[in-house]
Design a protein around this ligand. Structure first.
Ligand SMILES: *Cc1c(COP(=O)(O)O)cnc(C)c1O
Length: 386
């Protein structure tokens, strides 16, 4: 089967080295960058940042969007806004990219890991419910972990590879316990539950525009929320907490220099114009993989019932760790980039002492899931005119 997969990938992407996910600049990227340089506003103030925020808010159906230097910074601020304080615990999933846990560590919190679902690869609502029923008690309207004695202030589910997790159930459970939900939607721009965009279910959510994501600003992130007070605070905290004034420099708290530069936002504005077509083409690539793997009897990880995935990174589940390793060896040696899922956070030195449930599904997936090349193919660039 391994050679047949290489053949399929080559059929989609051509004969040179095939990366996992490459950025595509086929719209107004160059023009907007030049406009930006000509305007002299290249840094953290400028028309493109505001325009990009408005485009992302409109696309996701979120009331407010605040642009940041990267997705990790966005998540850091979102957690502070959700009320996370030093010494608190934040529930997340062990199957995620390190940025999730780094951000909550910056906020002074400790992660607690619950298992993921086998179909969504995202946080399992059942595992969350079981964990809270066993370990949490509500005191003064807030959740406390009876086992560790710490306050559980937030929950960060992640929409893995663009597949929406069971976010409605997760939000309902967290509401019962007075736990704020911050969605890590870094990978899920263009993914929906029903007709509602991922990242609009929690109190706050964060996106990433890193070079390997669906669209890119080089580096960049976004906080989205429907809450005006939180949005204003997000802007304030990410812009050094400067009190607006024509010439005076007064800062009313310790803020962060996290605002996205105008140059990066210029790229983002051009990328947003291409996003709908990019999503359509990515869905077609996913369809090619779906059909191929159905014929091979291999599980292609598809969008769960009732959801739409952006198919950021396509993934399959192989039968065993040995089969996975053989697949990774073979395809990478052929110049077709594939990779395993992240090492579980609960196994990393920094987080291995953190509390977690059995993580059965997380461990099972860790040994078997591989990602496949998922970029918009060059042969389709003609469809990307803005
Ligand atoms: C990409 C990503 C982030 C944010 O990454 P940045 O590189 O800081 O933009 C956060 N969480 C997950 C799950 C991601 O994949």
């Amino acid at each position: 089967m391994n050679q047949e997969i290489v053949d399929l990938v080559r059929d989609i992407y051509g004969d040179s080295f095939v990366p996992l996910h490459r950025p595509v600049f086929e719209g107004n990227e160059r023009q907007y960058l030049v406009d930006c340089i000509d305007s002299n506003f290249v840094s953290s103030v400028g028309a493109k940042v505001t325009a990009f925020e408005q485009q992302v808010a409109a696309f996701t159906g979120s009331r407010y969007a605040v642009a940041t230097v990267n997705g990790t910074a966005a998540l850091h601020i979102a957690l502070l806004l959700a009320g996370v304080e030093p010494g608190d615990e934040v529930i997340s999933q062990a199957l995620t990219f390190i940025a999730t846990c780094n951000a909550l560590t910056y906020a002074g919190a400790r992660p607690v890991f619950v298992d993921v679902d086998l179909d969504t690869l995202g946080m399992s609502a059942d595992a969350l419910r079981r964990f809270l029923a066993t370990h949490a008690e509500i005191r003064g309207g807030r959740a406390w972990n009876k086992t560790t004695g710490r306050r559980i202030s937030a929950c960060v589910p992640m929409h893995t590879f663009g597949l929406p997790c069971r976010i409605n159930e997760i939000v309902a459970i967290c509401d019962e316990y007075g736990i704020a939900v911050v969605e890590d939607a870094a990978e899920s721009l263009g993914s929906y539950v029903g007709s509602r965009h991922t990242g609009t279910f929690g109190q706050l959510a964060t996106l990433s525009f890193n070079g390997n994501k669906v669209i890119t600003t080089g580096g960049g992130g976004m906080i989205i929320t429907d809450d005006e007070v939180l949005a204003k605070r997000a802007k304030h905290l990410t812009t050094t907490a400067k009190v607006p004034h024509p010439y005076e420099f007064v800062h009313d708290e310790v803020g962060y220099n996290y605002r996205m530069p105008n140059l990066n936002a210029a790229l983002g504005c051009a990328q947003m114009e291409l996003l709908p077509q990019m999503l359509a083409i990515k869905a077609e690539v996913a369809a090619r993989y779906r059909e191929f793997f159905a014929g091979q009897g291999v599980r292609f990880i598809d969008a769960p019932e009732g959801t739409t995935s952006n198919f950021w990174l396509n993934a399959i589940v192989l039968d065993s760790e040995a089969e996975r390793d053989a697949f990774l060896e073979y395809t990478n040696a052929q110049g077709v980039m594939t990779r395993p899922v992240w090492r579980l956070m609960s196994r990393l030195e920094m987080f291995k002492a953190c509390q977690h449930d059995g993580l059965e599904n997380s461990q099972w997936l860790e040994a078997r899931v591989v990602n496949l090349p998922s970029s918009v193919p060059e042969s389709e660039f003609g469809r990307l005119k803005a």
